[in-house]
Design a protein around this ligand. Structure first.
Ligand SMILES: [Zn+2]
Length: 354
């Protein structure tokens, strides 16, 4: 599914690995788990995409585990859950599933797990609304993606054909789960065991939830902050005045107020310490991209034309779409700041420096 794959970051000014501390160690093998905090176990679900795994967290409570994220609806993920069922879950039941956001590596197996374990499913209302629009109407989505590609200058029939196959939208996602609780910003998730608080964060995916516990100085960061890749900040077919990059940067500002010694549990990659350093690296990367676009748009350019300035390597399929979406997100952020203006001719949007 489209949004599952995060673009690998282009080389950034600072190697994030050198600034982060990976104190927890290597990931557990599928079917195994490892304790990473007093109330949190870590397990890893393989994924059949470039991003080859998702980290899944199990928050322990007296009534069972609160699972954070599910995996995709594909065989390799179900096999990993079968192994967990025969090991870890024999000792304590699953009680609820909290879905951090609407991308299929996070929500894809939610309905399957809900049916199998009679789980409560929790997520934000906005994330559920996004999931409904993404997965309930593949044809509508296809039309919106086609309009987006045309508006931003994509004319290659090869690219269009590869991106607009209707079946690509339904491969890794079952039907949606029945959400039994909509989680709001600041809400306590499991009040009887600890002070796990939901933090609504934006930019990567609408209604994305992080979870924070002051008591354990631990942040479950979802895809909002990852240790070695830059979360995709995409403007696909948002409403015209959306500013996902601005929303993402504001969420980073909020998360940077958490303590410097926070243990970060990301959805992909290793748990790490160095939250402030990682946020600073991400900010610097986006600032560099914005600077490059200011220069490139001295003459009017479409997003398709500026994309190679941000991503030098050849991209295809989902990677191409996400790179284009990220280019538009940066361009639209500069429009919002009054530094670029939109020009429209031949039904293609071009951006020019003011
Ligand atoms: Zn995601």
């Amino acid at each position: 599914m489209l949004c599952a794959v995060k673009l690998l970051s282009q080389a950034s000014a600072v190697n994030p690995r050198s600034r982060l501390r990976y104190s927890v160690g290597a990931p557990p093998q599928p079917g195994n788990s490892r304790r990473v905090a007093n109330t949190v176990l870590w397990t890893c679900i393989p994924l059949p995409i470039d991003l080859n795994h998702i980290n899944v967290w199990l928050i322990e409570s007296p009534r069972g585990y609160v699972l954070v994220d599910a995996g995709m609806s594909v065989a390799v993920c179900k096999e990993a859950w079968e192994k967990l069922d025969a090991s870890l879950l024999r000792g304590k039941p699953l009680r609820a599933l909290l879905v951090t956001h609407a991308h299929p590596d996070h929500i894809g197996l939610a309905a399957w797990l809900q049916e199998r374990y009679a789980l409560d499913v929790w997520m934000s209302q906005r994330a559920y609304a996004l999931a409904s629009s993404l997965y309930s109407s593949p044809q509508t989505r296809r039309e919106k993606v086609a309009a987006f590609l045309h508006a931003h200058g994509v004319t290659s029939s090869t690219v269009l054909q590869s991106l607009l196959r209707p079946e690509r939208y339904a491969r890794t996602q079952d039907e949606l789960p029945q959400v039994t609780r909509f989680i709001e910003d600041g809400e306590s998730i499991v009040p009887e065991i600890d002070d796990w608080i939901a933090l609504l964060t934006e930019g990567h995916s609408e209604g994305h939830l992080c979870l924070w516990t002051e008591h354990e100085r631990t942040l479950i960061s979802g895809d909002q902050i990852l240790p070695t890749i830059s979360p995709n900040i995409s403007f696909l077919y948002h409403e015209p005045d959306a500013d996902p990059l601005g929303a993402y940067l504001a969420s980073l500002d909020r998360l940077r107020q958490l303590p410097a010694n926070t243990l970060v549990l990301p959805s992909h990659g290793l748990p790490f310490q160095g939250l402030h350093e990682r946020i600073d690296d991400l900010r610097a990367k986006h600032a560099a991209r914005l600077g490059k676009l200011r220069d490139v748009c001295a003459t009017p350019r479409s997003a398709c034309e500026v994309r190679p300035h941000l991503y030098r390597r050849q991209l295809s399929g989902t990677h191409f779409l996400l790179a284009l979406g990220e280019a538009v997100a940066h361009l639209e952020h500069l429009v919002r700041k009054g530094e670029l203006e939109r020009l429209r001719s031949d039904e293609v949007v071009r951006y020019r420096r003011r």
